[in-house]
Design a protein around this ligand. Structure first.
Ligand code: AP5
Ligand code: ZN
Length: 214
């Protein structure tokens, strides 16, 4: 199956995507992760997008569509689109790419979380630089301070755009450019909304219920 996780910054898309990878063997396609990887390896594209990302603005459709096109051309058996599409142009492009490769979009899961909770989630987040596990100062700390539970790495990082100023811009970008996708996929009869405010396990159960109904 191929699904889209749709929701504002901090809604828990990455967290739930990692669980789906574990449980269903799907492949996570996070354009945010791909862009950060390009930055870390210092490619031309990575340098070009760095400032835009740190400010919390969207990078161009052309760049992210290119990244997704490349991944889809490698094939696979089931994708989770995490943080893509984020504009109507990206949604249309994804539709064409899936058609071309004979793939079907099974579901779009909108994760609803109110703004106050998003701010708390983003400002408390840190991730493992080695394995990518996602943590939170209050709701999901590491068992041993400074050490990743999963891989034992001490390379725990905070994102440059996880500050209140950039987060405001990210929220605005979401409401202006990405939230129209809710209506877009509703009209295509692909949309299911889940409450993303509950505990991680509760949200996973709700998502599993949507996917099992497919
Ligand atoms: P991206 O990396 O996609 O960031 P985002 O959409 O802002 O999403 P986040 O990664 O911040 O949040 P998430 O929903 O994955 O939450 P998480 O699971 O980590 O994009 C970054 C930038 O890249 C963009 O601003 C843009 O510049 C660029 N970009 C990327 N894609 C693009 C595109 N398609 N087009 C244009 N530009 C693009 O959870 C957050 C925190 O909450 C964690 O600490 C977690 O532990 C905690 N948490 C999770 N679930 C729960 C729960 N149920 N209860 C309590 N805490 C929880
Ligand atoms: Zn780790």
């Amino acid at each position: 199956i191929n699904i889209i996780l749709l929701g504002p910054p901090g809604a828990g898309k990455g967290t739930q995507a990692r669980i789906l990878v574990e449980e269903r063997g799907l492949q996570q396609l996070s354009t945010g992760d791909m862009l950060r990887a390009a930055r870390n390896s210092g490619t031309e594209m990575g340098k070009k997008v760095a400032d835009v990302m740190d400010r919390g603005e969207l990078v161009t459709d052309e760049i992210v569509i290119g990244l997704i096109r490349e991944k889809l051309s490698e094939g696979g058996n089931g994708f989770i689109f995490d943080g893509f599409p984020r504009t109507l142009a990206q949604a249309d492009a994804l539709g064409h790419l899936l058609d071309e490769t004979g793939m079907i979009l099974d579901a779009v899961i909108e994760m609803q979380v109110e703004d106050d909770a998003l701010v708390r989630r983003i400002t408390g987040r840190f991730t493992c630089g080695n394995c990518g596990e996602v943590y939170h100062d209050e709701t999901r700390p590491t068992k041993q301070p400074g050490v990743c539970d999963v891989c034992g790495s001490t390379d725990l990082r905070r994102r440059a755009d996880d500050n209140e100023e950039s987060l405001k811009t990210r929220l605005l970008e979401y409401y202006k450019k990405t939230s129209p996708l809710i209506g877009y996929y509703y009209a295509k009869e692909k949309l299911t909304s889940v409450d993303g405010l509950g505990a991680q396990e509760a949200v996973s159960r709700d998502i599993a219920a949507v996917l099992n109904g497919r």
